[in-house]
Design a protein around this ligand. Structure first.
Ligand code: ATR
Length: 293
């Protein structure tokens, strides 16, 4: 967006806080590239103000919003329609305000899959370990199962939460092989050689706690697996740095951010999103961030 005019269509981001977000950078760069008279703005919305904020979006004729922490689950009850994927995942990260209705989607799952494919990691038939069982893990396990991986083991500090995640997904994908285990040194030792892909879906290793890593310190990371981290600040987390040192393939978290945004932009505008321009805008935004020295 170069100039906001009387004709400009508005989209944005609902979250609390939102000041750290790279989404305005990447969406506005994409609109400019596409020559669209659209603008993307951050909306900092306290949890208690969520219903009022949603009504306001409709009244102001906002075309759509992304939804981030802490609203991804809370917005669901205000939607008129929710996509099947978002229902199964249990979270909405993109809303399309369509003809007076709130339509909720989850583009995190397609964004994640597209980021794997972009990194030439094709999930079909892979044996996958997912570290974490929170909201991000739910979108990732949904995507992997939809993409017909061989199996998924969800490893989580709180094992019951991993069990709930699997219980929720198994109805949608009854034939799939989904297991869970506690995220302990002994389970990592026991399972580590049986994975083709290991994904950190937690925020462990994110700035400012950049020295943290979920993979146990003294356990080598098999180089036969690929390692993916959803954290993108820093781009190379300790988890990925250790995998790289071991000679393994690594996939950083920027791809998922870009591709979930690209999928949202395509829903709102009907245009093909310029993923490369969005990546450059994110990288430029990250340069201005405090990261590990
Ligand atoms: P998000 O929606 O971003 O996934 P979340 O729903 O709060 O966030 O989930 C955070 C995930 O990171 C959980 O799997 C959490 O483990 P618990 O279920 O045991 O809480 C995991 N997590 C966060 N900090 C962690 C840490 N220091 N060690 C291990 N797991 C951690």
């Amino acid at each position: 967006m170069e100039t906001v005019r009387g004709t400009t269509s508005l989209v944005g981001l609902l979250g609390w806080p939102v000041s750290h977000s790279l989404s305005p950078n990447m969406h506005n760069a994409a609109f400019k590239q596409l020559g669209l008279d659209w603008a993307y703005v951050p909306f900092p919305v306290r949890p208690t103000d969520l219903p009022k904020a949603l009504k306001g979006l409709m009244a102001l004729n906002v075309k759509g919003v992304n939804v981030t922490v802490p609203h991804k689950q809370a917005v669901m009850r205000y939607m008129d329609e929710v996509s099947k994927a978002a229902q199964t995942i249990g979270a909405v990260n993109t809303i399309y305000l369509k003809e007076g209705k709130f339509v909720g989607y989850n583009t995190d799952s397609t964004g994640f899959l597209n980021s794997l494919i972009e990194a030439e990691c094709h999930p079909k038939g892979l044996r996958v370990a997912v570290l974490g069982a929170g909201g991000a893990a739910r979108a990732v396990v949904f995507a992997l199962t939809w993409a017909e991986v061989d199996s998924v083991v969800v490893l989580n500090r709180t094992a019951e939460r991993a069990a709930f995640l699997i219980d929720d997904l198994i109805d949608t994908f009854p034939g799939s092989t989904l297991h869970f285990a506690p995220l302990t040194e002994s389970s990592v030792v026991a399972l580590k050689d049986s994975f083709d892909l290991v994904i950190n879906t937690t925020s462990v290793g994110m700035y400012p706690h950049v020295d943290d890593c979920l993979w146990p310190k003294n356990i080598p990371m098999p180089s036969t697996a690929a390692y993916c981290d959803l954290v993108y600040n820093p781009l190379e987390t300790v988890f990925l740095a250790r995998a790289k040192m071991a000679g393994a393939k690594t996939i950083d978290g920027l791809g998922m951010l870009i591709h979930q945004g690209a999928a949202a932009l395509e829903l709102w505008t009907g245009k093909t999103a310029p993923a490369d321009v969005m990546r450059q805008a994110c990288l430029a935004g990250l340069l201005n961030r405090p990261v590990r020295q």
